[in-house]
Each structure stands twice: as C-alpha cells, then as structure tokens.
Design a protein around this ligand. Structure first.
Ligand code: KE4
Length: 424
C-alpha cells in the first residue's frame, strides 16, 4: 500500500483526508504519510519507511510510543469494559495524581480533549465572575472553541475578529486579543474593559506559535493585573503539564492560576483533557454549582488508566534533567549544522520541547515568529522526512523528545539532519 494511494482514498471520505487539518501537510507541501505503527522513538509509515519521531503525536507521548506500562494498563482495563457512563475508581486515582502534582489545582474535572478543557474553563470563568469578556494572546492556540478561534483585530485593545467562518462576529468581539509578552497592551485592554473581563487565558510557555518563552515579569504582570480587576487567570497547560516539570509551567515559573487546563501527557496518548483549580471556583461546576458541562466519555476508564500509568512511570523515572540534556544535545547539533551552512536561524528551547525558526530576529511573540522563512521551513521539513526524521509538519509547532529517545537516536538524527541540510 502506498501513502499516496491511501491518502487519495482518505480524501474522498474525510475533508482534506484527515481528522485534524495540520496532518494534511498543507503548511509544508508534499504528500502526507500515513502511519502503520510506532514503538518508542520510532514510527513506520504504510510503505514500511522508518522515522525517528520528534512529532510524538504533538506532545502526549513523553514516554515514547506504545510504552509497555501504558499498553498493558489499557489492554487489562479493556477486558473489564471500555466505558461505563458512571464514575469509576480510576477517575479518583488520576484526580489524586493531578491534585498532588499542582498545588493550585484543588479539584479537577475530566473531559475528552484540550479544546473541551479550555472551552469549559472559559464558561466557568464567565459563570463565576458574571462577566463577558475574555482576553487571549495573539499566536496562542487553545483548541477550536468559538470564543478562542478569534484573531487579533486592528489597534491596541483589539476586539477580536472571527478567526474562521462560522464564528459569529458577536461572539468574536467578546474576546480581546493582545500580543504575547506585551504587558503594556494588557494594561491598556484592562484600562478599557477591566471591570467586564472574566479571565485571561495564556499558554505560560507558548507552543503554538512555535516555542516562545514568557519574558521576565510577563506572567507576574498577568497575575497582578487580573487580581486588581477581579478577573481570573486560566493557565492553558495542555502542552506544558508534566512536560516542563512534574508541576508543569506553573511550578517552573512559580505561578498559581485560578484555573489550569490540561491535556496530552495527562492521557498518555488516549483522548483526555481536564480543567481544575481553586475549590471555590471549581465548586461552581455542575452538578455542585450552576455552570453546566458534561460528556458521555468524560472520565473514560481506558483514558484514565493510560494517564495513571503514564504519570506513575513519569514520576518514577523523574527524567526531566536527562530529557533536557538530550534535547540540548540535539538543538546544539542542529545549530552547528545550520550555521556551517550559513542558514540564519533561532532555536527556542525549554525542557524537552523546541522550535527552529529560520530568522535572524529574536522570536518573542507571534509577529516575530512570523518573520521566519516558512518556504525554507517547508523544504527543511520535506528533506528531513526523506532522510527518516519526522518533525511537526508546520512552522508554528514544537518538536518533542521522550524518555524513549536514546543517545544513539540523537546521534543518528543529527547524521540524517546533516545530510538533509546539505541539500537545502
Ligand atoms: P485538543 O483539542 O487538540 O486536544 O487540544 C487543544 C489545545 C489546547 N491548548 C493547547 C496549548 C494546545 O496546544 C492544544 C492543541 N495542540 C495542537 C498542536 N499544537 C494539536 C494538534 C492538532 O490540532 O492536530
């Protein structure tokens, strides 16, 4: 079976032939690959070609593909049933693991995706405060909920404009969009709308404009400004939870958000999202409080046991230093290869995630991220794919390492990347 044959069939049955747009490789050109199987740090397409994988399913697989502990937990649970529609004991176990890892999270509600987590968190913030406006940062992605598929309008305190057809103007204008790392713009938007702002939602380390780190004082400013106006802080840790440290970005940057959104790693590759926070906020969630949110497969036992196995193994290994060391070995190796070739680039890295931007500028927000040469990125992506290195098929995403990536994997990846860059 050929990738292209299968993809043609997929395109006749599913819009763009995919279940999520980025998988169609439109941002990088060329035909997408279809996956036959994956194990550890490796992935094979339907033609049997093997790749060293740095996409890692967009972040969930910090233990690598098909980790034995996770696979056996899911297989064992499957014999006992796949879904009950009533509370199962694994929800309690995973909730205890989450609550014990993030002091700001006193209570948690499980949902089935990061989008559901952020959508619900926004509704909760609006319900808790009785206010309408939401503030987000340009270039941050929080899933495809209407309130968050909003682009920056023009001007400073920018009333959002629909980021896609299908989001009514009336909805988009309730989302205020300011540049990431821009405290002044945030202060301005609060000066104008402060008493009506329910919350600020932020990726504490951005992963969706490529990796962009918070500037000194940025996260503190969000906390101070929201507190003075009575708005809530929602930390979207869907990527960073258990990725940057056991306590996510909020541990690393010593933050205490009112609500935290989780996803990816927390489900170990199975469909899972969650939102949690201070008890007095979470108690507003139905059926304890009036803010409605529900889900047939929420707390699904298979996702629960996958998350439990993932977190328990992660806590046992405590691999964060080793992951950072291997990641830095990879990024410095890539930097050397690109510099030798005279290719201007910036690499933003934290823990086991990073992005290569093809620009000379420091990348600290979406505008500077967009200064990178996306045509060059497309060629880079396709050459790497040919050499057997799989990276995210889009510039504004992050590479991820896992505990399954070995020293040899990194050496081999650097050899393959060197060959790819040679023909750039
Ligand atoms: P999901 O609904 O895709 O599970 O989560 C949405 C989401 C929320 N918050 C953050 C910070 C996220 O990064 C995401 C989803 N991430 C993208 C890629 N960075 C998922 C890939 C895709 O859309 O196919």
């Amino acid at each position: 079976m050929k990738n292209s044959e299968l993809f043609q069939r997929a395109k006749s049955l599913m819009p763009g032939g995919v279940s999520s747009p980025v998988r169609a490789f439109k941002a990088v050109g060329g035909e997408p690959i279809l996956v036959a199987r994956a194990q550890g740090s490796r992935l094979w397409d339907v033609e049997g070609k093997e790749y060293i994988d740095f996409l890692m399913s967009w972040g969930p697989l910090i233990l690598g593909h098909a980790h034995p502990a996770v696979v056996s937990a899911v297989s064992e649970q499957a014999q006992k049933g796949l879904s009950y529609g009533l509370t199962n004991i694994h929800e309690i176990t995973l909730a205890e693991l989450v609550v014990s890892s993030m002091p700001s999270v006193e209570m948690v509600r499980f949902v089935s995706s990061g989008t559901e987590a952020t959508m619900s968190a926004i509704r909760l913030a609006r319900g808790y405060t009785g206010r309408r406006y939401v503030v987000k940062f340009d270039g941050c992605y929080h899933g495809h909920g209407d309130a968050l598929l909003v682009s920056a309008g023009s001007g400073v305190a920018t009333l959002g404009i629909p980021g896609t057809p299908g989001v009514p103007e009336e909805v988009a204008r309730l989302t205020l969009v300011v540049p990431y790392n821009d405290v002044e713009a945030l202060e301005e938007v609060f000066r104008r709308y402060g008493e009506e702002i329910a919350c600020v939602i932020v990726e504490p380390v951005a992963g969706n404009m490529g990796v962009v780190l918070p500037k000194e004082g940025f996260l503190e400013a969000i906390r101070d400004i929201t507190r003075s106006y009575g708005a809530l802080v929602i930390c979207d840790e869907v990527i960073t939870n258990f990725r940057l440290s056991k306590g996510g970005a909020q541990e690393l940057f010593d933050r205490d958000p009112d609500i935290t959104c989780m996803g990816k790693i927390i489900g170990g590759g199975m469909p899972l999202g969650a939102y949690g926070g201070r008890r007095e906020v979470m108690e507003k969630v139905a059926p304890e409080g009036p803010v409605y949110q529900a889900g047939t497969l929420s707390g699904n036992p298979l996702s629960m046991v996958a998350g439990i196995a993932t977190l328990r193994e992660l806590f046992r290994l405590n691999p964060y230093e080793e992951l950072e060391r291997l990641t830095k070995k990879l990024t410095s190796g890539i930097g050397e290869v690109l510099s030798r070739k005279g290719i201007a680039h910036r690499i933003n890295q934290i823990a086991s995630m990073f992005t290569i931007f093809f620009t000379e500028k420091e990348v600290y927000d979406y505008q500077t991220a967009k200064s990178s040469d996306r045509e060059l990125f497309g060629r880079f992506f396709r050459l790497l794919l040919k050499e057997g290195v799989l990276i995210p098929p889009a510039q504004f995403e992050a590479w991820f390492l896992s505990t399954a990536h070995t020293e040899e994997d990194i050496d081999l990846a650097l050899e393959r990347i060197e060959r790819a860059v040679a023909s750039l």
